[in-house]
Design a protein around this ligand. Structure first.
Ligand code: PXP
Length: 240
């Protein structure tokens, strides 16, 4: 299992003052030095956090896995072919949202992905992951597209308000991970994972490949330091 740190929020802080710091590139270096196996960034259409120049610098600087999270627009697909990250993770994106709010609408995007997105990305050797909710129909559709991986949306688990709903969501995640693994896809996961909920998640959900963590990790780092925080997340993953 690999920890991929999402550095979008470092760019958010930088952009809040229009200064050149803090640098998401420097953050990526510290995370990798602390043991993270890779870095994730989401280049949004509105460039609210990561900007084009960050993408080029991250491509140059990141030594481990580079995961380019994006909406499947023509602009982003062209950029991903140019950048050649190790992995692209396709996510839904809407302008008003504060963060990615759910998995892809797989029945809705299936034809578009089959005819436009996958052939475009398959011209390269970049692996594709689809960010989906943990339900069997969406896992099946990801497999039908011949996706290399799925990223399970863990937001519902992370935000569950009661023990029964949390456990029910863990069970859905476990089943979806089993199904994806049996179908030959890698299983990634992310959204809302933090020092309190990561342990139970990785204990219960099998076959995890990449775990993508951003907001809670960068927030915790304000108080504990980035290097210490990455190590703390890694300790949980190693114990899991
Ligand atoms: N995975 C995906 C697809 C995401 O959109 C996000 C949020 O940018 C994450 C993982 C990380 O979520 P968080 O910032 O809550 O850790």
């Amino acid at each position: 299992m690999q920890l991929l740190v999402n550095v979008d929020h470092v760019a958010t802080l930088r952009n809040a003052r229009g200064e050149g710091y803090p640098s998401p590139i420097e953050a990526a270096e510290v995370c990798e030095r602390a043991g993270a196996e890779g870095i994730v960034f989401h280049l949004r259409k509105d460039r609210r956090h990561i900007r084009d120049e960050d993408v080029y610098a991250l491509k140059k600087g990141v030594k481990g896995t580079l995961d380019f999270e994006m909406a499947a627009t023509r602009e982003m697909l062209n950029m991903c072919v140019e950048i050649k990250p190790d992995l692209i993770t396709l996510v839904p994106e809407s302008r008003q949202e504060l963060t990615t709010e759910g998995g892809l609408n797989m029945p809705g995007v299936f034809d578009d992905f089959e005819h436009r997105v996958f052939p475009h990305v398959r011209q390269t050797n970049i692996a594709i992951s689809l960010f989906i909710d943990p339900n069997p129909e969406d896992v099946e559709l990801a497999h039908k597209l011949d996706s290399d991986a799925i990223e399970l949306h863990t937001g519902t688990y992370a935000n569950a308000r009661s023990e029964p709903s949390r456990n029910a969501e863990l069970e859905r995640l476990r089943k979806a991970a089993e199904q994806a693994h049996e179908l030959g896809m890698k299983v990634n996961a992310g959204h809302g994972l933090n020092l309190d909920n990561l342990g139970d998640f990785i204990h219960y959900v099998p076959h995890l490949n990449d775990v993508s963590i951003g907001h809670a990790l960068i927030s915790t780092a304000l108080f504990k330091g980035l290097e210490n925080t990455v190590k703390e997340f890694l300790e949980i993953m190693e114990a899991g």
